[in-house]
Design a protein around this ligand. Sequence first.
Ligand SMILES: [Ca+2]
Length: 354
Amino acid sequence: MTPLLNLRSAHDIRVLPILLTFILTFSTMAISMPVATANGVVIDDFSASPPSPATAGTEVTLTVSVTGGGRLIPDQSYTGPFNVGLGYTTNGQIFTPAASNLVAVDLYLWGPGIKTLTVNIWDTYWWYAGSNLLGSKTQTLYVLDYPGSVVHFEFDEPVPLTPGTTYVIQLTGSYCWWRAYMGTRYGYPGGWGISGTNPSTYFDFGFVTYSRIGPEYRFSTNGGNSWSEWSSSNTFVWNTTLDDKGWHTLLAQVTDDSNTVTSNPIHYLLVPTISDAIDDINSNVDNQGIANSITSKLQNALEAYDKGSMKAFENILNALINEVEAQKGKKINTDYANTLIEWIRAWMDNPELI
Ligand SMILES: [Ca+2]
């Protein structure tokens, strides 16, 4: 490909009279309009491994998988001041990206009228032999009368770019005005405008290029009261401890263009082992007789399991649930009784957790 910089010579000056014929008006008013972008993220799956319930102290890996997501980040731009507008059916703007992809451009256009406009991205002037079309987007829309609006073109696929290399934005299609600045005081330093097929380093069109980063992810193990750092990794390792025993609400968040999207919660139970539970019961059940009764049944259940007597294991734990139910709100406070029953049910359903 021919380096564009070879064209930055004195002959460019000859295009100035051509450009001047296109001057519609003088204005230093920059347009600031909201830019609507669309890249909705869909959370396909959010899971914890191992699944709930698990033994407190287990390493739990949270994984979220998504479609889409990420944020548009402005890369290169010239957004004013403007003092001219160029109306034509083909114009262009050179830019030098810092980012390694291009997903969208904004152009500062005015009509008025319904326009069918195509934005092409080229690796050199489009009329050069050997030029390569890297990306293209066509849309038909109503373009407002002066001062117009910021028209957003989002490519169907990201256009890969080499940072620090010049590229060309070509606008072609219906006759349309494109706001520009002509002169040396302002302008975009990383490129120059093209009117028709006449490049000139003396003017720049209004434009913004966007790259996409991400998506980024973060996780909460406490229902959103606190979060991990934002990261490009869609997995998070939760190093649980015995102190984490109990119920947890696990969440994942993913960045989207305009905000963040939160997963459905996973309700996750961490249970102590039976021997850890025995210590816990001794310090939480004040009535020593009740505490002894419960902990000795737990010991019996452990022994039954070790002998492979699963029927005895279940019978003992069923009897224990009845005993705790009977003492709930009496010798055992209600919350702690409910906690114990959850643990016992988890052990019965998942004997590997004992
Ligand atoms: Ca420039």
